[in-house]
Ligand binder design. Structure first.
Ligand SMILES: Cc1cc2nc3c(=O)[nH]c(=O)nc-3n(C[C@H](O)[C@H](O)[C@H](O)COP(=O)(O)O)c2cc1C
Length: 176
């Protein structure tokens, strides 16, 4: 049973269930990225991620994390390039597709190729092509820090939002 009540009373983290902690995390809206790579065996990988964040300007660094449970974790750890495809607000179906354990997530998906043949999704809000910078084991996730080598931004696009376990869109606050 939940002991994280609907109040701002602080509860000791060790007494909070995972599902409740996840709900608290969900109060922080994020964008949605599909991180992609092409392995040295020539396999294209892609995974939906909300754990993406900017980290540093000099050098230009970003971060994301992958669950230790992920089938493909070892392949991500060995990758020497990643593309971080920031989804635009009409790309939630791509987000759902790349969150499934499908054998061929890329079938029928429109993409180009970048540095080291990494797959780059079309019509996204932005894209960062990166090389590995550091990896840290962090609880039940592996933290990846990546250095940006190429960047593209689509100024016409607005980003897809993920918050409280649901997709949403930005609604700019009116000025009044
Ligand atoms: C909106 C959203 C955000 C997600 N964020 C992450 C994340 O940051 N890290 C992660 O490991 N999994 C995340 N997942 C789950 C992975 O996308 C999913 O486990 C993975 O793609 C399964 O594919 P695989 O079997 O090829 O590993 C997220 C899923 C969704 C729907």
């Amino acid at each position: 049973m939940s002991n994280l009540e609907n109040s701002m009373d602080l509860i000791e983290a060790s007494r909070v269930e995972g599902a409740d902690l996840r709900k608290a995390f969900g109060q922080f809206p994020t964008g949605v990225a599909i991180v992609s790579t092409r392995t040295s065996e020539g396999e294209d990988l892609g995974m939906t991620m909300s754990s993406f964040s900017s980290l540093s300007l000099t050098p230009p660094l970003v971060l994301f994390s992958i669950g230790q449970y992920a089938n493909s974790l070892a392949k991500w750890q060995a990758a020497d390039v990643y593309a971080i495809n920031i989804l635009s607000d009409d790309q939630h179906l791509l987000s759902e597709r790349f969150a499934l354990a499908l054998s061929d997530k890329w079938a029928g998906v429109a993409f180009d190729r970048g540095h080291a043949d990494v797959p780059i999704l079309q019509e996204t809000a932005a894209c960062f092509v990166c090389k590995p910078f550091a990896q840290h084991e962090s609880g039940d996730h592996m933290l990846f820090i990546a250095e940006i080598i190429h960047v593209a931004v689509n100024h016409e696009a607005t980003p897809l939002i993920f918050c409280q376990g649901r997709y949403g869109e930005i609604q700019p606050r009116s000025k009044t």
